[in-house]
Design a protein around this ligand. Structure first.
Ligand code: ZN
Length: 358
């Protein structure tokens, strides 16, 4: 059966051929050059008209099942490029699209990769990121022995006991000890992050300035885009240029209270660390789907089911997969899709303005 991942991968591949020699399309597989039985890859698409020292990077599917909206945006960018460059690719700018950073999760409807690693917690440097999470405080309600209505009630009770802010922080900041629990950042760099690093190091080699738009869904008000910046309090310059570009609609999870928590091992911080000579403006665009408490319940249940596949019926398994998918991508809701794409183009064009500014 062709999944959404397969369809987007094929459509993006077709769109790149329209651009001919301006475009370099590469596929990266998990085990070097081997095509796996899943037929999945991370695809990089680099579009250049020659000499350029500025690059606009767009990433989709960092959290696999959040992939469709970022992929749709990448596809429309490619189609626009085929029709007319000037709007989306000014003189002196290259475009680098990274399609499906987590292809396995995109294909099979999971947020994490095949090893349950959350890629946006996996771009750590050993020296910088230590596990400071209090994940133990919630582990028992995330992975109870059985899943029942009581399990759902216990989860809610824990949210109440700790307070929503503290729960959110512990829940989603990233943890490095429990491979079967949520927001597991891995103990080694995943193949996905190694591939991202190689792509970035290669294609951003000549750039002096770069913007990165990493498209996510599942947080915030329905169909509304929120810009999240990875800036830490001491990164004053990065903070200032983010505010100058996006104004009030950007949030700084690593600095102050936000719809997201402070996180460790995020890919945008990773990219800046890998290419220290470049002046970056990297942001994540979050587009809302469901209220956060519904998403949390669905995420926890789906992870429990994934870790306890032998304890649940096929029906319950399928329902939990559908519910998880629905928390990140309302398939068939064309209005949501169009508003979300508009948010992508809006953010992209603000990033371009900064990129071409002297
Ligand atoms: Zn995400």
């Amino acid at each position: 059966m062709k999944t959404l991942y397969d369809k987007y991968r094929r459509r993006i591949s077709t769109a790149t051929t329209q651009l001919g020699c301006l475009c370099m399309h590469q596929r990266f597989f998990k085990n070097g050059g081997e095509i796996s039985s899943d037929n999945i890859s991370i695809d990089s698409i680099f579009i250049s008209r020659g000499e350029a020292d500025r690059t606009a990077v767009v990433i989709s599917g960092t959290h696999g099942l959040e992939g469709p909206i970022g992929a749709e945006f990448q596809l429309r960018l490619l189609n626009k490029l085929a029709a007319d460059y000037s709007d989306v690719m000014p003189e002196g700018v290259n475009i680098l699209l990274i399609f499906a950073l987590n292809p396995w999760g995109f294909k099979y409807g999971e947020r994490t990769n095949e090893d349950n690693i959350d890629l946006n917690r996996n771009a750590f440097s050993k020296a910088l990121d230590t596990d400071s999470s209090d994940h133990e405080l919630i582990l028992d309600v995330l992975l109870p022995d059985e899943w029942s209505d009581q399990a759902g009630a216990n989860l809610l009770a824990r949210v109440r006991d700790l307070g929503l802010e503290k729960f959110k922080q512990i829940f989603s900041q990233g943890q490095y000890k429990y491979p079967d629990s949520l927001f597991f950042g891995g103990t080694e760099e995943s193949w996905n992050i190694t591939t991202l690093r190689n792509i970035v190091e290669f294609y951003l080699g000549e750039s002096k300035k770069a913007v990165v738009l990493d498209v996510h869904t599942g947080l915030g008000e329905r169909a509304e885009g929120v810009i999240l910046s990875p800036a830490f309090p001491e990164e004053i310059g990065l903070r200032a240029r983010t505010v100058a570009t996006f104004g009030d609609c950007c949030q700084f999870p690593n600095t102050e209270s936000s719809i997201s928590s402070k996180i460790s091992g995020d890919i945008l911080s990773g990219i800046m660390r890998w290419k220290p000579g470049i002046e970056f403006l990297p942001v994540a665009l979050e587009i809302g789907v469901l209220p956060v408490k519904d998403s949390v319940e669905r995420l926890v249940r789906a992870n429990w089911v994934r870790q306890n596949r032998n304890k649940v019926s096929d029906n319950f398994y399928r329902q939990s997969k559908r519910d998880l998918w629905g928390a990140f991508f309302p398939e068939g809701d064309q209005e949501w899709m169009e508003e979300s794409i508009e948010a992508c183009f809006g953010s992209y064009s603000l990033l371009l303005n900064w990129l071409v500014d002297e």
